[in-house]
Design a protein around this ligand. Structure first.
Ligand code: PGA
Length: 235
């Protein structure tokens, strides 16, 4: 079973989010997950629940409740009957200064509340240029999972920062090599993310160690997203 996840980031009006949710097709074979802005998550869940599509949030704070203005917790996500949480996306690391210590706390909170997690890791262009990418990703993975011994509810998304939103996806064989490297550290499903579209999805999904895709831009258009779902059905 492959995982096809759409990360809508901070995009779409409520009307547009409803339209998109109504038009996304279900899969008989694979797991489809949507990560809308959290304000829309319950509405999206209501729309797609009949279609066996899972819904998650793009971020959480690690405390359960309290004086943390603007945050939502895993307890809230769980009590809203949502399924997934995305943790450690590179945009969270870059714009909101999340480091591996924070990410580790978030991961522990998600596991405590029985949520499924997609943990994001990936190197920057500078790190790849100097050949440091394996070391960087290894450190991100190891520090994020420190103190965790049950990986049943975790998947990892390898998202090279230089590939996100740039139109330049990692070469499928390079992504595959990194996925194998990560799987040797922790044996979970590994998704690829970074400029995935309906043109490169087949080749990426055909790689031995690519267990799914985390899609940003192309998940905002139901025609492209459905096409990628269709491609995943035929792998
Ligand atoms: P992209 O984003 O598909 O627009 O490159 C992927 C992501 O950030 O999850």
């Amino acid at each position: 079973m492959k995982i096809i996840a759409g990360n809508w980031k901070m995009n779409l009006s409520l009307e547009e989010a409803i339209f998109l949710s109504e038009n996304i097709t279900s899969s008989k074979k694979n797991e489809i997950i949507l990560f809308p802005p959290s304000l829309y998550a319950l509405k999206v869940k209501e729309i797609v629940s009949e279609k066996n599509i899972k819904v998650g949030v793009q971020n959480i704070f690690y405390e359960d409740f309290g004086a943390y203005t603007g945050e939502i917790s895993c307890m809230m996500v769980k009590s809203s009957k949502l399924d997934y949480v995305l943790i450690g996306h590179s945009e969270r690391r870059k714009y909101f200064f999340e480091d591996d210590i924070i990410i580790n706390k978030k991961l522990k909170s998600a596991i405590k509340h029985g949520l499924k997690v997609i943990l994001c890791v990936g190197e920057t262009l500078e790190e790849r240029k100097i050949g440091n990418h394996f070391e960087v990703v290894k450190n991100q993975v190891l520090s994020s999972i420190e103190g965790i011994d049950n990986f049943n509810s975790i998947a990892i998304a390898y998202e090279p920062v230089w590939a996100i939103g740039t139109g330049i996806n990692a070469k499928p064989e390079d992504a595959n090599e990194m996925h194998k490297f990560i799987k040797d550290i922790v044996n979970v499903k590994i998704l690829y993310g970074g400029s995935v579209n309906e043109k490169n999805a087949y080749e990426l999904l055909s790689q031995e160690y690519i267990d799914g895709l985390l899609i940003g831009g192309a998940s905002l258009n139901y025609i492209s997203f459905n096409k990628i779902i269709e491609i995943s059905e035929n792998i």
